[in-house]
Design a protein around this ligand. Structure first.
Ligand code: SF4
Ligand code: SF4
Length: 473
C-alpha cells in the first residue's frame, strides 16, 4: 500500500524572487514576469499539437451543423440542450450530473496515476497561455530578445511589437468570447448580431466578459491563476502518493551540480550530471527550479525534461536526469502501478459510466404532464353536465415531429373537448387544453380517479398519467 508524500519544506538553492539566470537578474518568481524560453522536445511537441487540436475543437464545434441546426447547442432560454441527435430537457439533468461525476472521477483517477497531466496538457488555462506565449515568441522574439525589449526605452520598434502582440492576444480573446457564447446562442446569430449590434445585452456582455477574462488570464496572469486561484492545484496533493508520476530530478545522479568542460572527467572532481546550465528553470512556465524538489507550482508539463534531455545529449550523458518518475523510484524503490486508491477511483469511474449508460438507455422519447385548472375544481355546463378542465403538456424529446394520440380511462361515458390527436415538432413542447364533461348521474362519488393515456405513431410506448375528476356528488 502506498504512503502519502510527506510535506516538507524546500529551501530553494536560489533565493526567489531575485534568482540569477543566465540572462542576468530578471525575476523568475511567478508573481513577476516569467520569460519562458521556447523548447523543442517530445513533450513540448505533444503539448503544442495537443493544444492546437483542443483549441480548434473548441472553436469549430459550434459551427458543426446537424439536421439543419447546430449540432451542440445549450439553449437555456428554450430549456433544451442539443447534442447531435439527442435533446436533453430539464427532466434529463440527471444525465448531466452523471457527466460531471464521470469527469470528476476521471480527474481523480488520472491525477493519482499520472499527477497533474490535466494541468500540463489539457487545462484551458495552460492551453491558452501556451498559445499566447507562441504569439509572444513570434512577435517579440526568443526569450533573450524579449528580456532586452522590455528593458529598452520606448521606441518605434518596441511600440509596434507590443501593440501587435496585444492586438493578436485580443483577437484570440474575442474569438474565444464569441465561441463561448456560441455554445448557448446559435453561432451565426452571435457573429451577425455583434456586427449589426442586434445581439442581446446578455449575450454581448458575455462575449465581452469571456474576452476580457481570456486576455487577462492567458496574457497577464498566467500561472498566477494556477498557483493562487485554481482550487484543483490546492487539493490535488491529497490524491498524490509515492507511486504517482511526477516530474522529478534525480538528486543522487545530478549533484553536486556545476559547470565543466565536455571532455572533462567530472566525476573525478566530485561533480554529478547536472551541468547547472539553468535551462530547466528558463523553460519552466511556472518559474520554478525542479531541482529543489516537488513543488505545488509544478504543472507536470515536461518542459524541463525536454530541456535537460537536450543538455544531456549535448554533453554525451544519458538522458533522464529530470524525468516523469515517482517518489518511490527516486528513492531507489520500484513503482507500484496497481494500488488500492487507484483501483477505488477506477471502480467509481466505471460505476458512474455504467450508471450513465443505463440512465441514458432508460430515457423515454416523450414526456407527459397533466395540469388541472387551478381556478375552478369543476363547472356545470348548460346541459347540466359536470366539466373539468386540464392542460396536457407533451414534450417531444426526439429529433422528428411526432403524432400524439390522447385518451382518458376510468371515467364513465363523457364528452371530450379539445384535440385528441396532435403533432408536436422535434424537440418541442406543446400545451394541449382539454375539457371532460360527464352526466352527473353517471358519477358515484365527488372524486373519480382517472388516467390520461398518451400514445404516439412512432413508438409502442404508452404513457399513463394519473389525475382526478371532481364533481359535487
Ligand atoms: S518544473 Fe518542469 S514540469 Fe514542472 S512546471 Fe516547470 S517545466 Fe513544467
Ligand atoms: S537542465 Fe539539467 S543539467 Fe541543466 S541545470 Fe537543469 S538539471 Fe542541470
Amino acid at each position: 500500500m502506498s504512503d502519502k508524500i510527506e510535506v516538507r519544506e524546500i529551501k530553494p538553492s536560489r533565493p526567489r524572487p531575485a534568482a540569477k539566470t543566465k540572462m542576468g537578474d530578471q525575476p523568475v518568481h511567478p508573481n513577476n514576469t516569467i520569460y519562458v524560453r521556447a523548447m523543442k522536445g517530445v513533450f513540448q511537441r505533444l503539448r503544442r499539437y495537443g493544444g492546437w487540436f483542443l483549441m480548434a475543437l473548441f472553436m469549430l464545434t459550434p459551427w458543426i451543423p446537424y439536421q439543419g441546426r447546430q449540432a451542440i447547442l445549450l439553449d437555456i432560454e428554450a430549456q433544451q440542450f442539443n447534442f447531435f441527435s439527442v435533446t436533453l430537457f430539464p427532466q434529463d439533468l440527471i444525465l448531466l450530473a452523471f457527466v460531471f461525476m464521470i469527469a470528476a472521477f476521471a480527474l481523480f483517477f488520472f491525477t493519482t496515476f499520472l499527477g497533474r497531466v490535466w494541468c500540463g496538457y489539457t487545462c484551458p488555462q495552460t492551453v491558452w497561455t501556451f498559445i499566447y506565449i507562441w504569439f509572444e515568441e513570434k512577435i517579440e522574439g526568443a526569450r533573450n530578445k524579449r528580456v532586452k525589449l522590455d528593458r529598452t526605452a520606448w521606441n518605434f520598434e518596441k511600440l509596434w511589437r507590443k501593440t501587435f502582440k496585444h492586438f493578436c492576444w485580443l483577437a484570440v480573446a474575442l474569438v474565444t468570447g464569441i465561441t463561448m457564447v456560441a455554445y448557448f446562442v446559435p453561432a451565426p446569430d452571435v457573429v451577425f448580431g455583434l456586427v449589426t449590434g442586434e445581439l442581446s445585452f446578455a449575450a454581448t456582455f458575455s462575449v465581452i466578459f469571456f474576452m476580457l477574462a481570456t486576455y487577462a488570464n492567458a496574457g497577464w496572469m498566467r500561472t498566477i491563476v494556477c498557483t493562487h486561484m485554481c482550487p484543483y492545484a490546492r487539493f490535488q496533493s491529497a490524491m498524490f502518493d509515492k507511486d504517482t508520476f511526477i516530474v522529478g530530478y534525480d538528486v543522487d545522479r545530478g549533484e553536486a551540480r556545476g559547470p565543466r568542460k565536455r571532455k572533462e572527467d567530472y566525476k573525478a572532481v566530485g561533480l554529478g550530471d547536472c551541468v547547472d546550465c539553468n535551462l530547466c528553470v528558463e523553460v519552466c512556465p511556472s518559474g520554478i527550479d525542479i531541482r529543489n524538489g516537488l513543488q505545488y507550482e509544478c504543472i507536470n508539463c515536461g518542459a524541463c525534461i525536454d530541456a535537460c534531455d537536450q543538455t544531456m545529449d549535448k554533453m554525451g550523458y544519458e538522458k533522464g536526469l529530470i524525468s516523469y518518475t515517482t517518489e518511490h523510484r527516486l528513492a531507489g524503490g520500484t513503482t507500484e502501478l496497481v494500488r488500492p486508491k487507484l483501483i477505488g477511483y477506477g471502480l467509481a469511474l466505471v460505476v458512474m459510466m455504467i450508471a450513465f449508460v443505463v440512465t441514458a438507455n432508460l430515457r423515454v422519447n416523450f414526456e407527459v404532464d397533466v395540469l388541472r385548472d387551478r381556478n375552478q375544481m369543476f363547472r356545470e355546463t348548460n346541459e347540466g353536465w359536470i366539466e373539468n378542465t386540464y392542460t396536457l403538456v407533451l414534450v417531444n424529446k426526439t429529433q422528428q415531429a411526432t403524432q400524439f394520440h390522447l385518451s382518458v380511462e376510468g371515467l364513465p361515458p363523457h364528452e371530450w373537448s379539445g384535440p385528441q390527436q396532435i403533432e408536436v415538432a422535434a424537440g418541442d413542447v406543446a400545451d394541449v387544453p382539454i375539457s371532460l364533461a360527464v352526466d352527473p348521474y353517471e358519477l358515484t362519488s365527488p372524486m373519480t380517479r382517472i388516467e390520461f393515456v398518451v400514445t404516439t405513431d412512432s413508438s409502442d410506448d404508452a404513457r399513463r398519467v394519473d389525475s382526478r375528476f371532481f364533481s359535487r356528488r
